[in-house]
Design a protein around this ligand. Structure first.
Ligand SMILES: Cc1ncc(COP(=O)(O)O)c(C=O)c1O
Length: 265
């Protein structure tokens, strides 16, 4: 059972798992519970996996993790939480938004190493029995060359840097706050509250036009179109990092406000 906005990689995983699957509307825990009841009502057996992201990659909003965890507990389900965009950025020592659930026997968290960690590959935090199952039964993992040891060394070094980076996380949160205030003031856009900020403009051409106008101002901002996002929700995706100053971000949002105002309907 997966959130309707779950990443393409979750869909690939479900395809490989060959288990029946269904989506629930984005972040709607009540609808997820209804879907579980309906499945059980029809005689559906087995253990259910609930698949979500802690921070959604194209919308920048967060999952209601406490409610999802309670839902999983009530229904004897596993909860798989993709922390790709939260790892390094949120949580104690950058351990992600779901750090408090790690160690539970029905929770798996997935930390990609290619985003904040700047390396490649991924880490799973999961109960030992599931780890052993993966090592023994996960075909793409078994029948492929293992990542080279140097990758593990780089990931280990990145984890140490991330753990000690509270000051950088605070700086990023402050940039997110500044950007949020400016987005409200100059673009009448409600901020996502995270480092990922979509500017949803609807049609594909509106999105590509706006992106190329922002690029002409010197900003590396891209348009995201269907099928990466649902039809009719083409957007710019702004990712705030510490590679730019707050002044740059404020200037960028001023340009964005002006360009949104002159964007054809
Ligand atoms: C939410 C989410 N999960 C997983 C991935 C896959 O990460 P990687 O390409 O590092 O394996 C991505 C990458 O875009 C992502 O956004």
């Amino acid at each position: 059972l997966y959130d309707a906005l779950a990443h393409a990689s979750a869909h690939e995983g479900m395809r490989l798992a060959r288990a029946p699957n269904a989506s629930f509307p984005h972040n709607d825990v009540g609808a997820a519970e209804d879907a579980i009841r309906a499945w059980r009502g029809k005689g559906g057996g087995g253990r259910i996996w609930i698949v979500v992201e802690s921070l959604y990659s194209m919308d920048g909003d967060k999952a209601p993790l406490d409610d999802l965890y309670a839902l999983a507990a009530r229904n004897d389900a596993f909860l798989l939480i993709d922390e790709a965009h939260a790892t390094g950025v949120y949580g104690p020592g950058g351990r992600g938004l779901a750090a408090r659930f790690e160690g539970a026997d029905n929770v798996v968290t997935l930390h990609t190493c290619g985003k904040a960690m700047g390396v490649a590959g991924g880490l799973l935090c999961l109960p030992r029995i599931l780890r052993d199952f993966m090592v023994n039964r996960c075909r793409p993992f078994i029948f492929a060359t293992a990542p080279p040891p140097v990758m593990a060394a780089c990931v280990r070094a990145a984890l140490k840097i991330i753990e000690a980076a509270d000051d950088r996380r605070a700086e990023l949160m402050s940039c997110i706050d500044v950007a949020g205030a400016e987005l409200r003031r100059l673009c009448a856009i409600e901020p996502s509250g995270s480092q990922i900020q979509p500017i949803i403009v609807g049609g594909d051409i509106r999105a590509t036009t706006l992106a190329s106008r922002m690029q002409a101002h010197g900003y590396d901002i891209r348009a995201i179109r269907p099928p990466t996002v649902p039809d009719g929700s083409a957007r710019l995706r702004i990712a705030l990092t510490l590679n730019t100053s707050k002044d740059d971000v404020v200037r960028m949002i001023a340009h964005l406000g002006a360009e949104l105002a002159r964007l054809e309907p």
